[in-house]
Design a protein around this ligand. Structure first.
Ligand code: ADP
Length: 570
């Protein structure tokens, strides 16, 4: 019989996290959680000290999305915990698992105006699937198991655990600690057979079918089953931004470049893990055909029929359901292939070709100064086959989505469902660790606008401290959407800048590469395509943290669009 020993709460917490399969902890330590950070490492959890809790929370949730297992975000009480709320909302809205753990005051100091006192369980509640404080050191593992299970089962999301300082500091007897069995991976639910048959029937009778692949499909790991479905039946498919690569962008059935036309004219849509929210224009006219039939595949039953009534609602796990469909179809003696000679395919191909031409016109525009298109053209020419792209900043993100090919699933992280700017450096740090530990052939590229870089710029120090081989490219137009020219900036500064400087302006003399150099990384500033190409070759050849400050025309923008983004007006 093993001897009874005393174990402090910090150790119990970290051991429980490890037992439940948590691999990474991102955070910023301070009273009373310094011991937790230290114990995390002693228990074999990888601890990454960040510079802002919000970025730490973004990093932890990116791990949740990439691995389907939650990482922890560790913070001090009060301000530290509250800084995380933006991160928790972002995780919840994107349906990504994350566990936020914050220290709080000693239990008997509650309601006394204690240092950094805050009702954190209540603060987290609107933005988390589960928010609780263990009621004893002995029961910490019970709460950790419940937190991990709740974060990952059903629609994934954020959870919160509150850790009073006396629980962290004090000890319990080892034979009194309740260790639950680690939560098994989430159940992969099937849909009912009748609905599977109906879905196949509706889809195979469509005149203008379309498959929309959402990031729920990427999270489900459904790439092989969806690929088999598309390869067999040759239906056009459209990935949402973070679902790019579930089926490679260069697949002949990808109609990403004909997005508006595909959405507008499809008569049947198979919706695989995407919500009919603002990103898909609520599924409504004039962006969609008003009579469109939707076959919805979704893990959260309450999401069914949201904004658009689905003709068939398949509730369960995407990978499992697509396999069910593949299995049902395999029983038919005749193989169904959607003909590439249909007027639907012709119309989509025509739009893809027109789009390629107008993109090429932008690429061919005279430079310097560069625009987004010719800068991205230079970059995409040189990138390796397998890269994980973090992309944010309005135009930088949107235009890169159309120009950067994703060949593999879960290789794009961006502002996502919540349109959150400032996620970039946290995502990049998590992504680089994931590449290092799980996919060494993948290169991390972080492409940001200069405004987006500013939200968490000090995380460059984190990148350099952990020596992460991140290639950052700041697409610098001196502003938010409409940037400052040197002349307009100078004349605005002549009077009172608070009255004269446009709210969209940022400094045109910013040398972001120097931030990277200040912490030991490598930096370049480029203004021409040739300069960008040379810098990029050098950056790709080194494993050091790198930053290219890529100056583009301050008034560069998107090419003409069929619809205004974010509105349904033509
Ligand atoms: P996108 O941003 O790509 O449009 P959304 O985040 O709007 O995607 O939607 C993703 C959807 O996928 C969510 O409604 C989520 O509940 C669902 N989902 C997540 N994991 C799974 C899964 N394994 N099986 C089915 N649906 C899933």
């Amino acid at each position: 019989m093993s001897e009874v020993e005393k174990i402090n709460g910090a150790t119990v917490l970290c051991r429980a996290l490890k037992e439940q399969g948590v691999e990474y902890v991102f955070g910023i330590v301070g009273v009373p959680i310094i011991e937790v950070g230290m114990m995390a490492q002693m228990e074999g959890l990888k601890y990454i000290g960040m510079r802002n809790e919000q970025a730490a929370c973004y990093a932890a949730q990116a791990i949740g999305y990439l691995t389907a297992k939650p990482a922890a975000c560790l913070t001090v009480p009060g301000p530290g915990m509250l800084h995380c709320i933006g991160g928790m909302v972002n995780a919840n809205e994107n349906a990504w698992p994350v566990i936020v753990i914050s220290g709080s005051m000693d239990l008997d100091s509650e309601q006394r105006g204690s240092f950094q006192e805050c009702n954190q369980v209540a603060a987290a509640l609107p933005f988390a699937k589960f928010s609780a404080r263990p009621n004893s050191i002995e029961r910490i593992p019970f709460f950790v198991e419940k937190a991990v299970r709740t974060a990952t089962y059903g629609r994934p999301g954020a959870v919160y655990l509150d850790m009073p300082a006396d629980f962290i500091r004090n000890s319990a007897l080892s034979d009194k600690i309740q260790w639950p069995v680690p939560a098994p991976p989430p159940p992969r639910c099937t849909a009912d057979d009748a609905s599977i048959k109906k879905a196949i029937d509706v889809l195979f009778h469509a005149e203008r079918p379309l498959i929309i692949i959402g990031k729920g499909a990427a999270y489900s790991g459904a790439e092989a089953s969806i690929r088999q479905f598309i390869d067999t039946h040759q239906f056009p498919f459209l990935p949402t931004p973070m679902a790019k690569g579930v089926v490679p962008d260069d697949h002949p059935c990808c109609v990403g470049p004909a997005r508006s036309r595909a959405l507008l004219n499809a008569d049947v849509i198979l919706l695989l893990g995407a919500r009919m929210n603002w990103m898909l224009h609520f599924g409504e006219a004039p962006r969609f055909n008003k009579d469109v039939k939707v076959i919805q595949v979704e893990i959260q039953p309450e999401e069914m029929h949201n904004n658009v009534a689905s003709t068939v609602a398949l509730s369960g796990d995407i990978d499992t359901i697509v396999k069910q469909m593949n299995g049902e179809i395999a029983k038919c003696p005749q193989k169904f292939v959607f003909s590439s000679e249909t007027s639907w395919w012709q119309s989509l191909r025509e739009k893809i070709a027109a789009n390629a031409k107008s993109t090429q016109n932008q690429v061919d525009e005279d430079s310097p100064p560069m625009n987004y298109y010719n800068a991205f053209h230079e970059i995409t020419k040189l990138l390796p086959q397998d890269y994980l792209l973090v992309s944010e900043g309005s135009n930088t993100m949107d235009i890169s989505r159309t120009m950067f090919m994703n060949n593999y699933p879960r290789r794009r992280l961006d502002a996502g469902t919540y349109g959150t700017m400032g996620v970039g450096l946290g995502f990049a740090i998590a992504g680089a660790l994931w590449c290092r530990d799980h996919s060494p052939q993948t290169r991390l590229v972080c492409l940001q606008g200069d405004s987006a870089f500013g939200f968490s710029g000090m995380e460059v120090e984190t990148i350099c401290r952990y020596n992460l081989p991140i290639l950052m490219i700041v697409i610098n137009n001196n502003g938010i959407a409409m940037g400052a020219t040197q002349d307009s900036f100078d004349s605005a500064q002549e009077g009172d800048p608070t009255l004269n400087l446009m709210p969209t302006f940022l400094s045109p003399v910013s040398r972001y590469q120097e931030v990277m150099k200040a912490f030991g990384g490598v930096g370049w500033e480029v203004e021409t395509r040739e300069g960008l190409s040379v810098a990029l070759k050098e950056a790709l050849a080194t494993q050091k943290p790198s930053l290219i400050n890529c100056r583009i025309n301050p008034s560069a923008g998107k090419k003409a669009q069929d619809f205004f983004w974010l509105t349904s007006k033509i």
